[in-house]
Design a protein around this ligand. Structure first.
Ligand SMILES: C[S@@+](CC[C@H](N)C(=O)[O-])C[C@H]1O[C@@H](n2cnc3c(N)ncnc32)[C@H](O)[C@@H]1O
Length: 158
């Protein structure tokens, strides 16, 4: 296996995990920058043409991994590989961000869900070719349906 080295670091408004939106319906609209190290700048050539990027990064402040966990979006446990938990055997995060502009080594982006100073492992253009109707959302779809049902019930009870 290779030994990963950061290609850069994230400048994010989030200084602690409690500030990052979580759970059903959470939206990630925060802006910040992917600051690529100067020795990798040539690798950004032609990146400006892409609207969205996949960022692979390290959960550098995660605790030990747990194979089962209850995510903030559900009240039932799920396997780590069926979730986006930070507590993974290989603590690698993946976030799709919108590229707003490039300034030299800095990619200004929207949609961050990682802490300030998070090490970046890789950046790739986002090119999804899977039609929305072919995507299955597993346990998350069930959790969303239960949540929606409770919200409707609550509204009806008023
Ligand atoms: C649920 S994970 C999802 C991350 C990514 N979108 C993914 O799917 O891999 C996002 C959470 O990871 C935690 N987190 C963010 N940056 C982190 C870091 N550098 N180290 C450890 N935990 C982090 C925060 O609690 C944040 O709400």
């Amino acid at each position: 296996m290779f030994t990963p080295q950061p290609i850069g670091f994230v400048s994010s408004p989030f200084k602690n995990t409690g500030e990052i939106p979580k759970g059903l319906g959470a939206q990630h609209k925060e802006e910040g920058a992917l600051r690529v190290l100067p020795e990798f700048e040539m690798g950004l050539t032609d990146i400006e043409g892409f609207s969205h990027l996949i960022v692979l990064w390290e959960f550098d402040r995660a605790e030990n991994f747990a194979l089962l966990g209850t995510p903030p979006s559900d009240n039932r446990p799920h396997g780590v590989f069926a979730t986006r938990s930070p507590r993974r055997p290989n603590p690698i995060g993946l976030t799709v961000v919108e590229l707003l502009r490039r300034e030299g080594c800095a990619l200004h982006v929207r949609g961050l869900d990682m802490l300030d100073g998070t090490p970046i492992l890789d950046i790739k253009p986002y090119l999804s070719s899977i039609p929305a109707e072919e995507l299955r959302r597993g346990w998350l779809a069930e959790a969303e349906a239960r949540h929606k049902g409770r919200a409707t019930l609550g509204a009806g009870e008023k």
